[in-house]
Write a protein that binds this ligand. Structure first.
Ligand SMILES: Cc1ncc(COP(=O)(O)O)c(C=O)c1O
Length: 239
C-alpha cells in the first residue's frame, strides 16, 4: 500500500514540505479533531516530526530559560527531559491514577508560584493511564485562563480508548481564548517510526510556526501518504 501511495504521490513525496505542512494531512486532522470536541481550520494546524517536536516547539514559543512549568507527577520521563534541556523548572503537581492532575493542588501552587506554562497529558497519562473527567478539563482550562497561562496539552494517547463510548474529548475543546496548545501524533495509534505529529498552537501559531521553520524547517513529505486517514481509529488505513 505504501509503494502504491508513493507512486501516486510522485515527486510531491520528495519535495520540501514547509511549515505549516502538508495541506491534505492538515485537512484530515481538522476533520478528526471534531471527534475530540475541537472545531479547527487546517490553517491553524502545523505538522511536526512526532509529538516530541510539537511539545518542544510549543514550550519554546511560550517560555524562556529559567521559567517554571507545572506538570503532572508522575509523568512521562521524556517530558521532564525536554523541560530540563530547555533550562526550564518543572513544578510537580500530584496526580491521581484515575482522574489525573489534582486541580486543587494546581490552584494552590498558582497562588504562590509564578508558573509560565502548564504541560499536561489529560487523556491516559503515561505512566498512570489516568483520564481527566470532562468537568476537570473545563476547570483546568478556566483556571489557567484566569492567569493567562498557556496549557500545552499532550494528547498522544487519546485515540487509545477501549470503551464502547465516544473518544474522550481534549481540554482544548473548552478553550475559548486560544491558550491551549494541543500536541499529538500517530506514534501510538499507527507507528512511531512514521514521525507524523502535529500541533494546534492557538494564539501562539505564528511563534510556533517561526520556530518550526528555524528548527527542522520542512517535515518529511511521506506524511502526506497518511492524509487519507479516516476519522475512526478502528478503520485507520493508508490508502
Ligand atoms: C506522554 C508522551 N508524550 C510524547 C511521547 C513521544 O511521542 P512521539 O513519539 O510522537 O514523539 C511519548 C512517548 O512515549 C509519551 O508517552
Amino acid at each position: 500500500m505504501l509503494a502504491a501511495a508513493a507512486r501516486r504521490a510522485g515527486t510531491a513525496s520528495t519535495e520540501y514540505d514547509m511549515p505549516p505542512g502538508c495541506l491534505a494531512l492538515r485537512r484530515a486532522l481538522a476533520r478528526r479533531a471534531l471527534d475530540w470536541g475541537v472545531k479547527i481550520l487546517p490553517e491553524e494546524i502545523i505538522t511536526t516530526c512526532g509529538c516530541t517536536e510539537a511539545i518542544v516547539l510549543c514550550l519554546r514559543s511560550v517560555t524562556r530559560s529559567g521559567d517554571t512549568v507545572a506538570i503532572e507527577s508522575p509523568t512521562y520521563f521524556g517530558l521532564i527531559q525536554i523541560i530540563e534541556q530547555l533550562g526550564l523548572r518543572p513544578l510537580e503537581i500530584p496526580t491521581h491514577p484515575r482522574t489525573g492532575m489534582d486541580l486543587d493542588g494546581l490552584e494552590r501552587a498558582l497562588r504562590v508560584r509564578r508558573v509560565t506554562a502548564c504541560l499536561v497529558v489529560p487523556n491516559f497519562n503515561n505512566p498512570l493511564g489516568s483520564l481527566m473527567p470532562v468537568a476537570n478539563k473545563a476547570r483546568l482550562v478556566a483556571l489557567l485562563a484566569k492567569k493567562e497561562i498557556p496549557l500545552i496539552e499532550d494528547d498522544l494517547y487519546g485515540d487509545l480508548y477501549f470503551d464502547n463510548g465516544d473518544r474522550p474529548h481534549v481540554a482544548k475543546a473548552y478553550d475559548k481564548r486560544g491558550l491551549v496548545m494541543l500536541c499529538g501524533s500517530f506514534s501510538k495509534s499507527l507507528a512511531p517510526g512514521y514521525r507524523v505529529g502535529w500541533m494546534m498552537p492557538g494564539r501562539y501559531f505564528e511563534a510556533a510556526r517561526n520556530l518550526k521553520c528555524a528548527t527542522t524547517g520542512a517535515t518529511p513529505r511521506c506524511r502526506s501518504l497518511l492524509s487519507r486517514i479516516t476519522s475512526s481509529t478502528a478503520d485507520m488505513i493508508i490508502i
